[in-house]
Design a protein around this ligand. Structure first.
Ligand code: ADP
Length: 319
């Protein structure tokens, strides 16, 4: 079985339940509590789409009840947490999503002191040895942003060791301005990430704010000097552009009509796409998997669609 390691943060998610909240008479809110985080979402959709892959989460949590519940949640999704470390003093980060009457969403975060930020302090030679036996190491711009500035050198050294051991390095930039000290810092880290990645899955959205790039062709030109072996450029409902072995192709996406929440469009695309590639499917086949999965996910609320509903979709549409 192939072993895929995803590196990053999982947070506690709170979402106001509008119907139940509307029924309250004392100005209180009813909140639904779940768990999510970009790379974890990717791992979950990969595992749900391709059960034959061992997906592992690499992160740090605490020893509190939410951390325990998160581990139980990983078990339910068959995400292995052998490399999810336990901080003695810290807890997971938290975010809340509020949706107003026009559908506009507001995200509020409490993550500055999250255990996941300390993850590099737990990664020793034994952990790197385990990771080096894996087939793929996946990280995002969010994973990079949350680790402490002083830990970045250690992170890049780890990536270098994994690459030397033959692990495929995969990067999705997922730019979140507020997580970085300055845009220049994000650019410097992204450019380092592109230069070491075998596979990159950038979205045009991420590059608009940071680099003023607003179309797939310019993003493709931006990526060219980094010699990424396999490049997949996502652009919402617009064409996906791919590059592999000197061949550049474009793939049409069928836009879905009933979009209710685009929160993990890119994450679910990545999970199904990478799962397909790990299973030896072609770029075209993998993009079909990725775009079908993402198209389904954005027609449902929340980053992670109910498991039974998603599994039913996999059986009917992806098998
Ligand atoms: P990100 O979350 O990284 O910004 P995108 O918005 O670019 O991701 O979307 C990722 C993928 O999700 C797209 O490549 C496409 O396959 C799918 N997708 C996004 N929006 C739509 C849509 N409106 N209709 C159908 N598929 C979509």
């Amino acid at each position: 079985m192939k072993n895929i390691y995803v590196f990053g943060e999982c947070m506690v998610e709170l979402r106001a339940d509008q119907e139940l909240t509307a029924a309250q008479t004392d100005n209180s809110k009813v909140l639904k509590q779940s768990f999510a985080g970009d790379v974890l979402n990717t791992a979950i959709y990969m595992k749900r789409t391709f059960a034959n892959i061992n997906t592992h989460f690499l992160s740090a949590l605490g020893k509190d009840k939410f951390s325990d519940d998160m581990r139980t949640f990983f078990d339910g999704e068959e995400i292995q947490h052998d490399l999810v470390f336990s901080s003695e003093t810290k807890m997971p980060g938290l975010y809340a999503i509020e949706t107003d009457s026009t559908g506009e969403r507001t995200f509020t975060y409490w993550r500055d002191n999250a255990a996941a930020k300390d993850v590099m302090s737990f990664i020793d030679d034994a952990a790197i040895e385990t990771l080096a036996k894996g087939d793929m190491f996946f990280f995002s711009g969010i994973s990079l942003a949350i680790i402490h500035n002083e830990d970045r050198a250690q992170f890049w050294l780890m990536v270098e060791k994994l690459q030397q051991a033959g692990v495929q390095i995969v990067f999705d930039p997922n730019y979140r301005a507020r997580l970085w000290d300055t845009p220049e810092q994000a650019k410097e880290q992204f450019e380092k990430a592109f230069s070491v990645s075998d596979v990159a899955l950038p979205g045009v959205d991420d590059f608009e704010q940071l680099y003023n790039i607003d179309n797939a062709k310019d993003l493709y030109d931006f990526c060219a000097p980094y010699n990424v072996k396999e490049l997949i450029i996502k652009n919402g409902p617009a064409t996906v552009l791919s590059y592999l072995d000197g061949v550049c192709e474009q793939f049409e996406i069928t836009p879905v009509k009933n979009v209710v929440d685009t929160t993990s469009a890119g994450d679910s695309f990545n999970g199904a796409y990478l799962g397909a590639r790990v299973n030896g499917l072609s770029i075209a086949e993998a993009i079909t998997f990725g775009s079908k999965a993402a198209g389904f996910v954005i027609q449902h609320k929340g980053a992670i669609v109910d498991k039974a509903i998603f599994n039913d979709f996999v059986e009917k549409e992806l098998r």
